[in-house]
Design a protein around this ligand. Structure first.
Ligand SMILES: NC(=O)c1ccc[n+]([C@@H]2O[C@H](COP(=O)([O-])OP(=O)(O)OC[C@H]3O[C@@H](n4cnc5c(N)ncnc54)[C@H](O)[C@@H]3O)[C@@H](O)[C@H]2O)c1
Length: 358
């Protein structure tokens, strides 16, 4: 239910330079700022605007309150030849997950598979950037995280589980890679934050208000409301699965104890579960990619149901938006640019460079 608002376009390189400057201005080491900015801008480029640079004000609020350690460097503990653990040390989730996936890839290159459990981490935004990190190394991946309570378990009425995304990927040859990245709710909670930020309504089937009624008002949904799981008990079960693999297994918070990234009162203690898998374990890489390409053409070439113009592969819409936004720049609304510029002012760095468009 997007309303037509004036859009201000920012090129990916200007957005990246702006975010790096704001992050460094808040005490984040430059090498880490580069990684965080890249993850956030990848989200905006892919059209996952809910998890892009608009998160900067809430992340910086946590840094200023001292509940997220801007200078933390995660540590790595090798458990077996194919299993490692990262302690995020309450630093940025982007940094802990990036280190974790890099280690998983390294182990998978040698042994075929690598699994990394990440504890004491924070929100890492859009899961697809971790999947992309594996794809860039020609690896298949599983990327799980838990998150703060937003969703009732099936049959419950108050929020307990996170809207915790389940993500995975596999490389292809000439065609698009497979990138699944989905929250187990009807819509990601970030979409409700985005609607609230932009003064827009939400579809009635996304969330309930505090009284258990359907609502199209994002503020009522956020204020003691709950998100609705996709597919009833199945969405609820996927959310519990994310908590088992990311929270229980790692030693991080779980069972409703992860703290909301918009709550700057305490550390979040998020857990992640990352697997990299070498696709050429049972055949050559070329044969695997040829088979992935065949799967892609079978899926998108499938007979369409009435009213459908085009069938998309998982992750394809986002990849098309990415290609488009590299050319047009990334669209933001004025209120979002103002909030970002306030962050720049706080640390005395230049405002974000925009051009006007609709
Ligand atoms: N870190 C966190 O705690 C957290 C929590 C919630 C969500 N998120 C992020 O929010 C983002 C949005 O999640 P979401 O569930 O709202 O995503 P979504 O519903 O927009 O997309 C989910 C999946 O469905 C695919 N898809 C969507 N429309 C399609 C179509 N018409 N045809 C074929 N495939 C299609 C997408 O490519 C994607 O793989 C994700 O990037 C997720 O990682 C992060």
């Amino acid at each position: 239910m997007e309303t037509q608002q004036k859009k201000l376009y920012v090129s990916a390189s200007d957005a990246r330079a702006f975010v790096e400057a704001v992050l460094c201005g808040n005490g984040i080491p430059h090498d880490n700022a580069i990684i965080i900015a890249d993850c956030l801008i990848q989200a905006d480029l892919r059209g996952v605007d809910t998890h892009g640079i608009n998160r900067i004000p809430s992340y910086m609020a946590r840094v200023r309150k001292g509940v997220l350690d801007a200078e933390a460097s995660p540590s790595l503990n090798q458990i077996t030849p194919v299993v490692a653990q990262v302690d995020g040390k309450n630093g940025f989730g982007f940094i802990a997950a990036h280190m974790g996936m890099a280690k998983a890839i390294e182990m998978a290159k040698e042994f075929g598979i690598g699994m990394v459990s990440v504890k004491h981490s924070n929100h890492f935004g859009m899961s697809a950037w971790v999947v992309q990190q594996a794809l860039d190394a020609d690896m298949m991946s599983l990327v799980f995280t838990n998150s703060s309570p937003a969703l009732p378990v099936w049959g419950g009425r108050s929020k307990l589980m996170g809207v915790s995304p389940i993500a995975c990927g596999a490389p292809a040859g000439a065609e698009k890679p497979f990138i699944l990245d989905m929250a187990p709710s009807i819509a990601a909670r970030g979409k409700i934050y985005k609607a609230a930020r932009r003064g827009e309504k939400i579809p009635l089937d996304w969330a309930l208000d505090a009284d258990g009624n359907q609502t199209d008002d994002p503020n009522k949904a956020l204020l003691d409301g709950v998100m609705l799981p996709m597919g009833g008990p199945k969405g609820s079960a996927l959310s519990i699965m994310m908590d088992v693999f990311s929270g229980v297994l790692s030693g991080s918070a779980f069972a409703g104890h992860v703290v909301n990234p918009y709550d700057p009162s305490k550390p979040a203690d998020v857990g992640h579960f990352l697997v990299a898998l070498k696709p050429d374990l049972f055949m050559s890489l070329q044969e695997f990619k040829d088979r992935m390409d065949y799967l892609y053409t079978r899926v998108v070439g499938s007979e369409k149901m009435a009213g459908v113009e085009r069938i998309y592969y998982p992750g394809e819409i986002e990849q098309l938006v990415h290609e488009e936004r590299l050319k047009t720049g990334i669209p933001y609304v004025e209120a979002e640019i103002e909030a970002l510029n306030q962050e720049a002012e706080r640390v005395g760095v230049a405002k974000i460079v925009t051009s006007i468009g609709y």
